[in-house]
Design a protein around this ligand. Structure first.
Ligand code: MOS
Length: 741
């Protein structure tokens, strides 16, 4: 039996996507659709003194304008609210409820018109006056106001930790590295700007949304609007990219619902590219202080990692950067802290490998500095501190292939050809540098449910309310169901992204496959078991009375493992039982294994950079990532995840930087022209390798999740390569050419 799981199957939704048949949230063809344009503040701090909408209301096509003057009462929500999901909800600022402005770009109203152009024009006629105050736009100017946030982040990672005894650690250290590393504000730039369409039918609200978590949007809308959860349906069948910005239900979603109710029409609200920089969160800048102590032979004796990052005046979001500093290396004495500073900006949020990617930049840069201080090969230094068990909890790893990742990577990358001396490898006018860094990301898993239904023709429909922000979720879930039921891919259809479907958690934290994949497998197994039950009980079935365990599913049939000729098709069983269809629903959730094992994926990242001696121009000529990430469901979509992560890391390392004008709190480069992301010409040869890894503990599928791992460590590997090429240690991302010249 050839396995469907693992095959490099092309996306089952690929044709839909390239022919325009995939309907994103802004594409839903509804009759009588009105268009909304959001008004946002032009000051960063102060109060609205007046909003004059008279001229705008009289503009052609205008159906209504909602501001604080006529907005419905909204309810604020918080983490603590019973029934709310534990993470990502945040404490959203209730919009249009008062006159206070907290940041530039804050939503202050919505204009609804017959056409988008009419709404846009009318929005220009709205006159707003403000009493402006001086905003806080630079966290360094208010460091005395820094505070320690809650004890854990939304995913349960601790934000303040201490193990061992630091005094002992420093006393045992022959060498210390004591440095600050900073990373810049980054914005999510999915290809498709976020969009919501809201429709009311009586008390029932349906919202088509670009989301990573429809169940969460549903809860937030119900709580914010003060309506029953059962009256809200959220649909998100296709999302044109999201890297964490779709985890929360941001205020514009609520605005779409308010607008639709105000004009008694279906309303479409699409964010502008500029609004994507202020409406849906961002990866906050970080100021990280890292101190390492080690013995002469390279054993870490102490690690202290302190993080400072901004949050908004009304929410607390922590970029939890220190996770890997706690557990990546076997060091007995470790302390980590996070502090926040409130600035006049919107609330930051999760962005691909939140915390881990920027935190690992600091840790793995510092490890490189330590390797040079000790005159040790950077890989050798890492091997000398290899953690055989989780150094914080003492738990065994469910599996760990990091040693193989270093070894295979070093061999494939030609690491032994590297001359450790900085500024030593050169070809003509080009300096060449090779750098390495480790990667590590937790294996999360949450409860999930799925439904599987077989029709008499043997075709199967599987549903779960997870979303597909584009990693290939439609495809991999189809593979799991098809393999479990012994059906070809073409016989299985997977549907997702609708709160009417069985409950599923977020597509985020690299946990969709582990959580929902396990539920899809469970539902397919339950369906198979039901059908088999019919056959075993049926005197007319060749499978009557057989042992369940002796039966396998293949080629659309259930048959005996030791004699494939004894069996029958699903259709035959259903027909004989006069059934047109049969359905099973199942849930899957983590159990005690999570208390018995420490679960992480690992990797080794290798970068080769080329730097023009005269101009300082940098290019990542070659990059290799080697990963231990458990079972890989689809080699093709997995490759896209890994190289996508690396490309994101090239952006983080060399290009991406959101710049705020500190005088007025506005983002200067809220566009694709001036916020640089890597383009094809920026990317050299990318390679990835998955180490063969079987993990029986993580979940029934043995998958670890790969959405974020590929990004972790990339910026550090590049920064380390830049140092190797130039002898200049750049500790501030992005590494632009002015910093290396
Ligand atoms: Mo990811 S930041 O959990 O979308």
């Amino acid at each position: 039996m050839s396995s469907i799981i693992g095959q490099p199957i092309s996306r089952v939704d690929g044709v839909l996507k390239v022919t325009g048949g995939a309907r994103y949230s802004s594409d839903i063809p509804l009759a009588n659709l009105a268009h909304a344009v959001v008004l946002h503040s032009t000051i960063a701090k102060g109060r609205i003194t007046q909003i004059n909408t008279t001229a705008a209301e009289q503009a052609p096509g205008v159906l209504g304008i909602v501001t604080h003057l006529n907005a419905p009462k909204l309810h604020s929500i918080s983490f603590a609210q019973p029934g709310q999901p534990p993470s990502a909800v945040g404490r959203s600022l209730p919009i249009l409820q008062d006159l206070v402005i907290h940041f530039s770009g804050q939503q202050i109203g919505v204009v609804i018109a017959e056409t988008l152009e009419q709404a846009e024009y009318a929005a220009t006629l709205v006159q707003v006056t403000y009493a402006e105050e001086s905003p806080i736009t630079n966290l360094h100017t208010v460091l005395e106001q820094a505070f320690y946030p809650d004890k854990t982040d939304a995913l349960g990672q601790p934000l303040e930790t201490k193990r061992g005894d630091l005094e002992t650690g420093w006393a045992a250290a022959d060498v210390q590295i004591d440095q600050s590393y900073t990373t810049s504000t980054n914005n999510h730039n999915p290809l498709a700007p976020f969009a919501s369409i809201a429709v009311w039918e009586g008390e029932k609200l349906t919202v088509y949304d670009a989301s990573q978590w429809v169940q969460n949007v549903r809860l937030v809308l119900a709580a914010t609007l003060g309506i029953a959860i059962s009256n809200v349906r959220v649909v998100s069948q296709f999302v044109g990219g999201a890297f964490g910005c779709g985890l929360r239900a941001w205020p514009h979603v609520t605005l779409a619902a308010i607008a639709a109710r105000h004009v008694h029409r279906a309303v479409k609200l699409v964010l502008t590219r500029q609004q994507m920089y202020t409406f849906v969160g961002y990866r906050p800048q970080t100021v990280q202080h890292l101190r390492l102590g080690a013995t002469r032979d390279g054993k870490l004796t102490a690690i202290v990692h302190d993080n400072l990052s901004p949050t908004s005046p009304f929410d607390e979001f922590v970029e939890s950067t220190t996770n890997n500093s706690r557990v990546l290396y076997a060091c007995p004495n470790v302390a980590t802290t996070h502090r926040l500073v409130r600035v006049n900006a919107g609330t930051p949020t999760y962005m691909r490998a939140p915390g881990e990617s920027v935190g690992t930049f600091a840790l793995e840069s510092a490890m490189d500095e330590l390797a040079y201080a000790l005159e040790l090969d950077p890989i050798e230094l890492r091997l000398r501190n290899y953690a055989e068990t989780n150094p914080e909890t003492g738990l065994p790893w469910s599996s760990k292939s990091l040693r193989q990742c270093y070894q295979i990577g070093a061999e494939r990358f030609g690491w032994s050809n590297r001359d450790q001396k900085p500024h030593s490898m050169r070809r003509g006018n080009t300096l060449i540098g090779l750098g390495v860094a480790s990667a590590m990301y937790p294996v999360y898993r949450l409860p999930a449910s799925a439904m599987a239904r077989i029709a008499v023709d043997g075709s199967v429909l599987v549903q779960s309310s997870v979303t597909d922000i584009s990693p290939g979720t439609y495809t991999v879930m189809t593979q799991v169901a098809a393999e479990t039921l012994g059906l070809p891919i073409s016989q299985v259809r997977f549907e997702l992204g609708d709160t009417d479907m069985p409950e599923a958690p977020l597509q985020g934290g690299s946990m969709a496959m582990a959580s929902v994949g396990s539920a899809v497998q469970a539902a397919a197994l339950a369906l198979r078991g039901k059908i088999l039950g019919l056959a075993i009980a049926d005197e007319h079935s060749p499978l009557q009375g057989v042992n369940k365990e002796d039966v396998i599913a293949m080629e659309g049939r259930l048959c005996l493992q030791h004699d494939h000729s004894i069996g029958e098709t699903y259709s035959e069983i259903l027909m004989r039982n006069q059934m047109t269809q049969l359905e099973a629903q199942s849930s899957s959730m983590p159990g005690e294994e999570r208390q018995q094992y420490s679960m992480y994926s690992f990797g080794a990242q290798f970068a080769q950079v080329h730097i023009d001696i005269d101009l300082g121009m940098m290019r990542v000529a070659r990059f290799l990532g080697v990963y231990g990430a458990g079972r890989i469901i689809n080699a093709k979509t997995a490759r896209s995840q890994m190289i996508g992560g690396i490309i994101g890391g090239v952006g983080q390392a060399l290009e991406e930087e959101t710049v705020m004008d500190e005088t007025n709190g506005r983002i200067i480069n809220a566009n694709f022209g001036e916020y640089h992301v890597p383009v094809q010409a920026d990317i050299g040869k990318l390679e990835h390798i998955f180490v063969d890894e079987h993990d029986p503990h993580v979940n029934p599928l043995g998958v670890k999740g790969i959405g974020e791992l590929g990004l972790v460590g990339v910026a550090a590997a590049i920064a380390n390569a830049v140092y190797h090429a130039t002898g200049k240690r750049v500790r501030n991302l992005p590494i632009t050419l002015d910093k290396v010249l």
